[in-house]
Design a protein around this ligand. Structure first.
Ligand code: PMV
Length: 312
């Protein structure tokens, strides 16, 4: 039996602007994970991937080739088999995940990552992280159109990343422990739609929106320095400023603003929406001793779920 895992992720700063070439920072959420378990199956039974959490169980037939299906599990398995240059083996891969789906936590990228890793290991080989990263990015594209690539990168490498599209990946270490609360508005929102709406705004008034993207990029650069020097106050302030720019990009919502406000009032260093926006999650940087207070403030303000993650 073979077992592999991959974490969830959250964007700390820089979403949306990253689509326009600016830097963004994302961190892995180590406690929430996708797990794939591979078992050899009887000869002739073929490759079966069972993902009960996603209501999916499918057989990858011989010779399926490239993306004949629009099922992401099928797509990653076919692409991984193509790279390995083999027909589907007799194998059953079972996927389980604690990562809430469609909420900006990278559930799809984590599941693609574990399927590719499990398949390679079961065939007594391994993919380099760079190969898995490219494969998972292809699946992300299949879904989201023009993803920046930040989600797959942070999930595959499982390290905080300072991500600039088209540049070499810049991993970094932080000084001290940064505690975050991630709160879910419970409102479903498609990243693709928010990204499309920002694009329309940008195309109508590039002279107005380009400086906003650049200002966000500047905040992200300062945030990396704050993380590297353990400057909580500065990071909190940068997070708050980033939220104001995201409001200008029209990707916040009443529910997100309510949670952001509640976290700040309860003493968070800073709070902002995270990811595509319009719904989904927000993130708050909180001193360790205030975590319970901020958590209850978020729940009182309507959060349907609050997770804690620490970056150290
Ligand atoms: O909704 P999420 O967490 O997958 O984040 C999307 C981040 C965007 O910058 C809005 C889009 C992207 O591809 O980077």
């Amino acid at each position: 039996m073979i077992q592999v895992t991959a974490p969830a992720k959250i964007i700390l700063l820089g979403e949306h602007a990253v689509v326009y070439g600016q830097p963004a920072i994302a961190i892995p959420v180590l406690r929430l994970r996708a797990v794939a378990t591979a078992h050899k199956a009887v000869p002739g039974s073929g490759l079966q991937i069972v993902a009960s959490d996603l209501g999916s169980s499918l057989k990858i037939a011989t010779g399926t080739g490239e993306a004949l299906s629009d099922n992401p599990i099928h797509v990653i398995a076919s692409k991984a088999l193509n790279v390995l240059g083999i027909e589907p083996p007799d194998l059953t891969i079972t996927v389980q995940s604690d990562i809430p789906v469609a909420s900006g936590l990278g559930s799809g990228a984590a599941i693609s990552t574990v399927i590719a890793r499990a398949l390679a290991l079961a065939l007594e080989t391994t993919f380099d992280n760079s190969v898995i990263n490219d494969l998972v990015y292809e699946v992300e594209k299949f879904h989201h159109g023009t993803p920046s690539g930040i989600d797959n990168t942070v999930i595959v490498y499982e390290r905080p990343v300072y991500f600039v599209p088209g540049r070499d990946i810049d991993f970094f270490s932080v000084k001290g422990s940064f505690h975050f609360l991630i709160a879910d508005t419970g409102v479903g929102a498609l990243t693709r739609v928010a990204v499309g709406d920002v694009k329309k705004l940008y195309q109508q008034r590039p002279e107005h929106y380009q400086p906003i993207f650049e200002a966000i990029g500047n905040l992200v650069a300062k945030a990396q320095a704050a993380l590297e020097t353990g400057d909580y106050l500065q990071l909190g302030s940068l997070i708050n400023q980033n939220h104001a720019y995201l409001q200008e990009l029209t990707v916040s919502s009443l529910e997100l603003d309510r949670l952001v406000e509640a976290a700040r009032k309860a003493g968070a260093f800073g709070a902002k929406l995270s990811g595509g926006g319009r719904g989904g999650n927000m993130i708050a940087l909180v001193a360790k001793e205030l975590l319970p207070i901020v958590r209850s403030a978020l729940l009182d303000a309507g959060a349907v779920r609050v997770f804690e993650t620490v970056l150290e």
